[in-house]
Write a protein that binds this ligand. Sequence first.
Ligand code: AMP
Length: 393
Amino acid sequence: MSKVTVKDLDVKGKHVIVRVDFNVPHKGDTITDDNRIRAALPTINYLTENGAKVLLLSHLGKIKTDEDKVKNDMSIVAKRLAELTSAPVKFVNATRGPELEEAVKAQENGSIVLMQNTRYEKGETKNDPELGKYWASLGDAFVEDAFGSVHRAHASTVGIPSNMKEVAVGFLVEKELNVLGKALNDPQRPFVAILGGAKVSDKIGVIENLLKIADKVLIGGGMSYTFAAANGGKIGTSLLEADKEDLAKEFMEKGKGKLFLPVDTVIANDFDNPTDIKTVKAGEIPDGYMGLDIGPATVAEFQKELAGAKTVFWNGPMGVFEKPEFAKGTEEICKTLAELDGATTIIGGGDSASAAKNLGYADKFSHISTGGGASLEYMEGKELPGVAIIPEK
Ligand code: AMP
């Protein structure tokens, strides 16, 4: 079964609302990474080339105060979008009202209107029924292409399509669902998952589900110290979620033979100003030291477990990769995955995606998801509200 896609819609001369993910990193007016805008282009260009009148909606940043509004003004995205597409782009500095409605009414076939930040409206994140209905009234059809936001039931992701008949997923969401869906439901085996990052509590669901689905689950990063502590190891001042030790024990029990933990760790005497850095065996961290990366023996062990893998899903760094002293484990794992022969290699967004890009390996991966939170929830086996609302063909 597959979802109705933008190609199934008759779009010529129609007003098509597209929820895109233009939540780009930016400093002031400068967009520091325009990847999310580029990722939305296949759907946008398809629609304009096929004569649709396109209305784009996205959020940008978190909005709590008026100052946040100034910092997250969507006009910076409109400027960049106009450089990336040949279709005319009009920015409307409103999220409702006559200015927006008239701009939409005046649209010619093949043109684009980009509306101001959806989160300027308080009702957006609450999926306010009136707001979803109002936005839906601006179009004839709706296309869901904001993969980074489909795990959230907001007015723009769920409210609009609940009020429309003609709804579909765009090319980006279609691609994400195809790649992640294949890994989840019908992976080529062996399927190895590598999970890292700071907290066990953020990854409980995904560890649980992947222990059922994957052939091996390798765990690194800050969360591995809670496992080491649960094993009775000494972890010094490393990250610990004491209330998750029982759960870690349960995972180790269930995952016997398929769950792999670090065998050594890079430690330091201080996080901010590390003057003494060394490598010790896992679970043997002296008092006053903290574990900040996986060690070389763990890298070698993980490389052994990854050899011959046909599907790999990676989410979360192996250490504090933002600091060069503790980036080696993440870099080595990233390089190993990039060089795996004949495997489908998937990065579940977020920090692992940044690591691959910064290291220049981005194009060596089969797929880098544009949605960190959404791809994790999908791999947990959870229903994504913005996807569930789009019918199957
Ligand atoms: P997450 O968002 O859960 O994937 O976590 C990513 C963050 O985990 C990054 O900012 C890393 O610096 C941090 N991290 C990874 N390993 C460790 C560690 N051993 N100690 C503290 N933080 C870590």
